[in-house]
Design a protein around this ligand. Structure first.
Ligand code: SAM
Length: 218
């Protein structure tokens, strides 16, 4: 599922088009251009260091199934299309049904702003608990302005055209979910949960508009 250099060059050159292009959920590419959602899975996957817990995995558990060769486990609060098993869906993710140190990596790909604000620290602390020492947490989050714009665009599509490009609009959202979270909040919450050596890495093929945050459990 990893792109070669020619595809990356095309994706880089066409980013302004891809930035506003609505891709269907799970759509990997259209007209030879990679979807932003697939790209964020690829950037997150390459930071993993072993068996991975994907928190907020979304339909079809794509990160684990398509990018990690099955080496992980995806959980979510909602099963959008019947593709997740009942052992993967939990209404409340502030406690995970996993032993301490069960995973090498944990990913939250475009997820942190969907965790209700008052539950974010508890969920991050759970991620820290289930990682082994030396394991890492990997989060992706776009620049706040980009998150706000893309959420507005997808809401217009859903309301006036009946097209749902944003899967989260298909469930009843919690009132404390948000369209974006600032970089400062992400780094502070990661540090508060116990993660160290936190680094922010921009996605080159999205001109730095989206980024991956990586922190380590000592
Ligand atoms: C924008 S989607 C991203 C899905 C997937 N990670 C991806 O990149 O394709 C946000 C996901 O977060 C999930 N979610 C909502 N509340 C959550 C929570 N409290 N903890 C974890 N995930 C949550 C949603 O159900 C949804 O699958």
């Amino acid at each position: 599922m990893r792109r070669g250099f020619p595809q990356k060059a095309i994706d880089f050159a066409t980013f302004p088009v891809r930035a506003v292009m609505p891709f269907r959920a799970g759509e990997r590419e259209r007209w030879g251009l990679t979807s932003r959602a697939s790209e964020r899975l690829e950037y997150a996957a390459r930071e993993t260091v072993g068996y991975t817990l994907d928190v907020g995995c979304g339909p079809k558990n794509r990160l684990v199934a398509e990018y990690l060769g099955g080496n992980g486990f995806g959980v979510d609060v909602f099963d959008y299309d019947g593709s997740l098993g009942e052992e993967q869906v939990f209404e409340d993710l502030t406690t995970f049904p996993f032993e301490d140190g069960s995973f090498d990596s944990a990913t939250l790909v475009a997820v942190i702003h969907h965790i209700p604000r008052s539950q974010r620290d508890a969920e991050m602390a759970e991620v820290h608990r289930v990682l082994r020492p030396g394991g890492n947490i990997i989060l992706t989050q776009a620049l706040p302005l980009a998150e706000i714009l893309i959420h507005k665009i997808t809401r217009v599509h859903a309301r006036f055209l009946g097209k749902h490009y944003d899967i989260d609009l298909l469930r009843e959202m919690h009132e404390e979910e948000e369209d974006h979270v600032t970089d400062e909040e992400i780094v502070e919450r990661m540090a508060r949960a116990g993660f160290r050596d936190i680094k922010k890495k921009p996605f080159p093929t999205q001109w730095g508009v989206n980024r991956v945050f990586v922190g380590w459990k000592k």
